[in-house]
Design a protein around this ligand. Structure first.
Ligand SMILES: NC(=O)c1ccc[n+]([C@@H]2O[C@H](COP(=O)([O-])OP(=O)(O)OC[C@H]3O[C@@H](n4cnc5c(N)ncnc54)[C@H](OP(=O)(O)O)[C@@H]3O)[C@@H](O)[C@H]2O)c1
Length: 485
């Protein structure tokens, strides 16, 4: 297993231990972090995480931590960072590699995204081949690019690019694309620019290559190339699992468990912070899937893959059986914010165009500037006259500055999410996982649930998402906010 210390990886590992404690042996490949060895990271960050603690506290019969071997490694390096001797010792002893590793940032420098999502996949594929293992690779539904409705899971993977005109369009070849982009990366690195300028140019390169082919960001461009690497490897038994937006746990390890908070968290925190004007596409669903459904599906697909009864691609979304549209969602978030802050009479949500949102921000900025100028003049006058009162003025000035930063942060965040909440409507077809679930015995269906049609979205957003994000993500989000501004 690779990526066990990520949000998804921890829940997957916990579920494996909880539901299948008699598993034979698990090797976990993890990066050391600075001076902290991989094993130490594993003990502290994975076994010690709130996601694993309740599982380990129950110590399921048959389970022992001796069943896990931590291998220090990095999929961005040759042989995934393993020594030749380590690889030799694993040959013929690994049935399945589950690759949950990835860099999920939307617009990082393209070489960083490649390291985990492309070069890393090449190395994992090579490792699987050498070990004689099958490969379950975790990708994302959003490799499809822009969409306006149902996204099928049967679209052929090799040669895919979002602007493809049909099966006879062979314009995209991932190998040619890699030669081109890697050459550009080399040229930028060799240009002798300062580190910051180099990173900016590499970020821009990712932006350009993804938009050239139609992907909405560098992340999905790199993940799609990763998929194409997997499927193009001759003789590799593989399955690709594509979750939509992975969010708080519905039941396992406990309701509301969430970590990292990249996608819904900023939206929830903005709603809780009083955002009233939203730039969304009213009739589009938000394709969210609880992390425990993703983990159980990965285990189901793993079993089918081991038995050679798998499909190539499994999309994991919820909107094809149980859509939650964005308009009722933001209304729900807003009314919940009012309820929690005891402001029942606050004004209702308004859906505005992107242009209107920008105008509002410019207006607000203008008013803040005017207020700051007045405050500055008052402060000077008080000081000159030797009068007290500049302390409260400094406080107001700080509050104004915070308001300015908050509105900038909101605008930037909403802009980043526009492909998912404004420009497109995604409904991911999930027939393959439904068919897989139907093949399970009743006992295994209890162990590995896939029942998105039963989710009560109101309860889920109020009690799992909002409560979960406030409990597990808020502190981190506050740090992130400080960093971003
Ligand atoms: N979260 C979502 O909404 C979502 C949606 C769809 C698909 N996915 C996919 O699901 C997978 C897991 O996502 P996540 O949300 O769990 O992400 P995450 O919390 O950021 O975890 C990513 C994991 O990948 C590991 N990793 C990254 N680069 C690596 C490298 N070069 N060598 C070894 N390990 C490496 C990280 O290890 P370190 O701790 O060492 O960095 C971390 O354990 C990814 O493939 C992602 O693309 C996620």
């Amino acid at each position: 297993m690779i990526g066990a210390n990520g949000f998804l990886g921890k829940v997957l590992l916990g579920m494996l231990i909880d539901r299948f404690p008699d598993l034979k042996h698990l090797h976990i490949l993890m990066r050391p972090k600075g001076p902290v060895p991989a094993r130490e990271r594993f003990v502290k960050d994975v076994l010690g995480s709130p996601a694993l603690k309740p599982v380990l506290a129950k110590a399921p019969a048959g389970w022992s931590v001796e069943k896990i071997t931590v291998l220090p490694g990095d999929i961005g390096e040759d042989r995934c960072g393993l020594s030749e001797a380590a690889v030799t010792s694993l040959e013929g002893r690994v049935d399945l590699i589950v690759n949950c590793a990835g860099l999920v940032e939307f617009f990082p420098p393209v070489d960083e995204s490649f390291k985990s999502n492309v070069d890393g996949v090449e190395r994992v594929v090579a490792l699987a081949k050498r070990l004689g293992a099958k490969l379950l690779h975790v990708s994302t539904c959003y490799v499809c690019g822009p969409a306006d409705g149902v996204v099928e899971e049967t679209e052929p993977v090799p040669g895919f690019y979002p602007r493809r005109k049909g099966p006879d369009d062979h314009a995209f070849d991932h190998r040619a694309e890699l030669v081109y982009t890697r050459e550009r990366i080399r040229a930028i690195r060799d240009s002798g620019d300062a580190a910051g300028a180099t990173a900016d140019r590499l970020t821009e390169l990712g932006r350009m290559r993804s938009s050239h082919w139609g992907w909405v960001n560098t992340y999905t461009y790199a993940k799609s190339i990763g998929e194409q690497i997997v499927v193009s490897e001759p003789g590799l038994d593989h399955a690709i699992v594509r979750p939509a937006i992975v969010e708080s746990a519905l039941h396992f390890p406990f309701p509301g468990w969430v970590e990292g908070g990249r996608t819904a968290a900023p939206l929830v925190l903005m709603a809780m912070g009083g955002l009233r004007h939203w730039t969304i596409r009213k009739d589009a669903p938000l394709e969210v899937v609880p992390v425990d459904f993703v983990a159980s599906s990965i285990l189901t697909v793993s079993a089918l893959l081991m038995h050679g009864r798998h499909e190539q691609v499994y999309q994991l979304g919820t909107a094809d059986v149980n859509p939650l549209l964005l308009e009722p969602l933001v209304e729900l978030l807003h009314s919940e914010a009012r309820r929690r802050q005891r402001r029942p009479l606050a004004r209702p949500v308004r859906i505005v165009t992107a242009q209107r949102a920008r105008e509002r921000r410019v207006n607000l900025q203008r008013r803040i500037k005017r207020a700051q100028a007045v405050l500055f003049a008052v402060k000077k006058t008080l000081e000159a006259a030797g009068l007290p009162g500049h302390r409260p003025i400094t406080k107001i000035a700080t509050a104004l500055r915070m308001l300015d930063l908050q509105s900038l942060f909101r605008e930037q965040t909403l802009e980043l999410y526009q492909p998912f909440i404004l420009h497109n409507s995604f409904v991911f077809e999930c027939e393959n996982i439904r068919a897989a679930y139907r093949q399970l015995s009743p006992r295994d269906r209890d162990l590995l649930p896939w029942t998105p049609e039963t989710i009560d979205w109101r309860t889920y957003w109020v009690h799992h998402q909002i409560d979960g994000i406030e409990k597990w993500v808020q502190q981190e989000a506050v740090k992130d906010f400080t960093f971003k501004v």
